[in-house]
Design a protein around this ligand. Structure first.
Ligand SMILES: C[S@@+](CC[C@H](N)C(=O)[O-])C[C@H]1O[C@@H](n2cnc3c(N)ncnc32)[C@H](O)[C@@H]1O
Length: 198
């Protein structure tokens, strides 16, 4: 996908102005960007009308910015993250759409959020326990498209990895529209797209 120079300027400004630029740049490793591009390519196949999007565990707002620059027709994106450092960085990353009233970032625990968005994305499934995930899913609208990513990368902050795509399906309780895996140098990324299986 193409990132235009005006958005690139805001990405660089967001990194430069953040409290810990090196930490902020963790969101821009090749694997992180490839995983988001993979998500966008597959979501694009399933979205045929303008949608509102909630991104839970939205981190510094990279996925939101990439979605705005993609062919997925998004009229509004809200990015939710529990880390208070993320809100300002995500707003800087998405400055253009923030000024247009198309973007908002909030600091909150995704498990406390009930969503009414058309598409709800959670690419931080490995960061929440099964109990937290089950509570989170119960707050999602039954007709929304849910997009999930997780991985098999065993590090202390990953409290619930999935060792296989099958295991991720079992953790996730979705009626599936898509399931796939992406081979990255250090780990495999899993992705599921579907609706809540209630
Ligand atoms: C390392 S980052 C993103 C990892 C993910 N694989 C991705 O590329 O999007 C994980 C993010 O999830 C956020 N997070 C973890 N638990 C959360 C929760 N309960 N509610 C909201 N955000 C959460 C963290 O603050 C962090 O910004």
């Amino acid at each position: 996908m193409q990132i235009d120079t005006e958005h690139l300027h805001h990405w660089m400004r967001a990194i430069r102005n953040s409290n810990d630029p090196m930490r902020t740049m963790d969101a821009f490793w090749r694997g992180q960007i490839l995983s988001k591009e993979w998500l966008i390519d597959n979501l694009d196949e399933l979205v045929h009308a303008s949608v509102s999007v909630d991104i839970h565990g939205g981190w510094v707002g990279t996925l939101a910015s990439m979605l705005f620059q993609s062919n997925v027709p998004c009229h509004f994106i809200r990015s939710v993250d529990i880390d208070p450092e993320c809100e300002e960085i995500a707003c800087n990353m998405n400055q253009i759409e923030l000024e247009q009233g198309k973007f908002r970032a909030i600091t909150a625990d995704m498990c406390d959020i009930r969503s009414d968005a058309d598409v709800v994305i959670n690419t931080s499934c490995e960061h929440i326990t099964q109990d937290q995930y089950d509570m989170w899913l119960s707050g999602m609208p039954i007709n929304s498209i849910i997009v999930l990513q997780s991985n098999n990368y065993k590090i202390p902050e990953h409290v619930r990895i999935a060792t296989t795509l099958e295991e991720f399906k079992q953790q996730s309780h979705l009626k599936l529209l898509f399931a796939g895996e992406l081979d990255l140098p250090l780990y495999k990324r899993w992705m599921l797209i579907g609706t809540p299986d209630v």
